[in-house]
Write a protein that binds this ligand. Structure first.
Ligand SMILES: [Fe+2]
Length: 331
């Protein structure tokens, strides 16, 4: 197993470790800002949010306060495409938070194979003692079948890249809480959401009301299916919180969730009264003029491997591939 970069010993030493305890979670600063979203509902977890600004990604540490068990959702691995430098400052912030608070991470969850950032799942697994399963929706295999040939990969090399392939409506425990897996295709075919009490981690299946919706033009994406997935989310009880995978605010601070009631009333693309035909046509027109995400190729190559890099060559060098589309004849 390769190692990416290691955090310094001083980072580890500075982390005042707190043993798991019931009810009380100690908070300590990390290198990045985070926010705490508690709930008075006993079946709903405490949600800690970490915004990664380079890719506008919301990362989540979701905690059962009764047992200190936690899941990490959609963690980011830092990557600078100009220099090729991978780094782990963002992921290290998550690890430090876990260590400071004595959390027991039981799963790393991916909502889908992201095309705009690299997942830190494998790095986190390594840093969290190597036995935390990395989980994704079962239709990741469809995404792998699509992209493996594009990057010159043998599909067989991707078998068992993930530790757990989640089925539709599968349930698993987070300490004393129940987590329900929702298949939410459209943005990508493998996309899932996680419902834990009144907290819903919707990934890119819906965005905050003034942002609206995500693109549906990736291979395997589908606008009609995205609309159906959004309606599925909007059919949940009004006080459920829909935590989003990204936020792209124009004139406000970043926000990690809106309630279902707020989404029904205000979502600029699918609020109540919007018919499917209108949304579908608008989304298709919009997607037709969108460019490729900045980190498309690095992201997909790493993310369909569950966060692993391609194997190094005989000199130990690691390369990521960029498929070239030629519209000129070159020797
Ligand atoms: Fe996405």
């Amino acid at each position: 197993m390769f190692r990416l970069t290691s955090r310094t010993a001083s980072v580890r030493a500075s982390a005042m470790r707190v043993q798991p305890r019931h009810v009380h979670i100690q908070f300590a600063p990390t290198g990045q800002p985070w926010r705490r979203h508690p709930s008075s509902d006993p079946e709903t977890p405490t949600v800690f949010t970490f915004y990664e600004k380079d890719t506008s990604t919301w990362q989540y540490i979701v905690v059962d306060p009764r047992t200190s068990e936690a899941v990490i959702i959609d963690p980011v691995l830092d990557y600078d495409p100009a220099s090729g430098v991978l780094s782990t400052a963002t992921a290290d912030g998550l690890v430090s938070f876990v260590e400071h608070n004595g959390l027991k991470v039981i799963r790393i969850l991916e909502t889908h194979a992201h095309a705009d950032h690299l997942t830190a799942a494998q790095y986190l697994k390594q840093e969290l003692n190597g036995d935390v399963p990395v989980c994704i929706g079962q239709r990741i295999k469809q995404v792998q079948e699509t992209f493996a040939p594009i990057y010159g990969l043998e599909l067989s090399s991707l078998e068992n890249a993930f530790d757990v392939y989640l089925g539709d409506n599968e349930e698993f425990k987070l300490g004393s809480l129940s987590c329900h897996v929702l298949h939410l295709p459209g943005h990508t075919p493998d996309h899932v959401g996680f419902v834990i009490g009144k907290a819903v981690f919707a990934g890119d299946s819906i965005f905050n009301p003034d942002v609206g919706s995500a693109r549906a033009d990736f291979p395997g994406g589908n606008v009609e299916t995205l609309y159906a997935s959004m309606q599925r989310l909007l059919s949940l009880p009004g006080d459920y919180r829909l935590y989003v995978g990204h936020d792209y605010p124009q004139n406000r601070d970043q926000t990690c969730f809106s309630t279902v009631a707020e989404q029904r009333a205000k979502n600029r693309h699918v609020k109540e009264g919007t018919d499917a035909t209108t949304f579908i046509q608008w989304r298709k027109d919009r997607d037709a003029v969108l460019g490729a995400p900045r980190l498309l190729h690095p992201s997909l190559q790493v993310n369909i491997r569950a966060g692993r890099l391609p194997p190094p060559d005989e000199h130990g060098r690691v390369f990521l591939r960029t498929p070239v589309k030629l519209d000129v004849k070159l020797e």
